[in-house]
Design a protein around this ligand. Structure first.
Ligand SMILES: Nc1nc2c(c(=O)[nH]1)N[C@H]1C(S)=C(S)[C@@H](COP(=O)(O)O)O[C@H]1N2
Ligand SMILES: [Mo]
Length: 223
């Protein structure tokens, strides 16, 4: 995308961190071998509660000014969307509280997000019947994937704020995806492109030993 050439990329890719997370996957670290029922057990197996909010990413934290930010929803849709910041903020706004579950073992309860519901965006773009998967691309080059049915769930948000304040750059501002029912690596920060596909397209961690689906209550950490 030529128009992204002038988005400043600060930081550098943390190769050692990526290598050690791949090793975790190879060794099956943190696996308890149990499952839980999300309707009864709020904390998924093997997770530890934290009160602060850790920052995790590949090391590059793009500085995306709102004027240059674009969000595209395209692929197998009737009406592709290409939204500016003003377009995005003019859409119906939703507030939702959800828990975070990171595959590196921490969970954080009661995060209050503000943003646009994925379901509202999908209603505007109108997925074609053949659309079954979603592939996300972010300004740092990160990718991840989920089934369309997971993205369409009522609690999924494209969040621009957290606890009433604009999302910080470290946590994925201007806009990140929040998919509470899956491990947090499935919630891309600095998202810019959402593609609806007929065939699945595994993302950055999914091709490096992490599970394609990523349900925390089924301990789908690696796969
Ligand atoms: N664009 C982008 N999104 C990303 C990542 C990333 O490296 N780049 N890391 C993922 C991982 S592994 C986690 S655990 C969460 C961390 O989000 P946080 O830094 O806000 O806690 O972001 C996810 N989304
Ligand atoms: Mo993560």
């Amino acid at each position: 995308m030529a128009e992204d050439d002038d988005i400043p990329l600060t930081g550098r890719v943390r190769e050692k961190l990526i290598e050690s997370k791949q090793e975790w996957a190879r060794e099956g670290r943190l696996l308890t071998g149990t499952t839980a029922d999300p309707s009864r057990d709020r904390l998924p197996p093997g997770q530890t509660l934290v009160k602060d909010w850790p920052v995790l990413d590949l090391g590059i934290q793009p500085d995306v000014p709102k004027e240059k930010w674009r969000l595209r929803l395209e692929g197998l849709v009737e009406a592709p969307l290409r939204l500016t910041w003003d377009d995005f903020m003019a859409l119906p706004q939703t507030e939702a509280v959800s828990d975070i579950h990171c595959v590196t073992q921490w969970s954080r309860y009661d995060n209050r997000w503000q943003g646009v519901k994925a379901a509202d965006l999908l209603a505007l773009a109108r997925p074609k019947p053949a659309a079954r998967f979603v592939a996300f691309t972010s300004y740092d080059g990160y990718t991840t994937n989920v089934p369309l049915a997971e993205f369409a769930r009522d609690e999924v948000l494209l969040a621009h704020s957290w606890e009433g304040e604009p999302l910080t750059r470290q946590h994925g501002g201007p806009v990140r995806v929040v998919i509470p029912r899956l491990y947090f690596w499935k919630s891309p920060k600095w998202v810019t492109r959402i593609e609806l596909l007929g065939a699945d397209r595994p993302g950055f961690w999914e091709v490096r030993g992490y599970h394609n689906n990523g349900d925390p209550w089924l301990e789908e950490r690696y796969g």
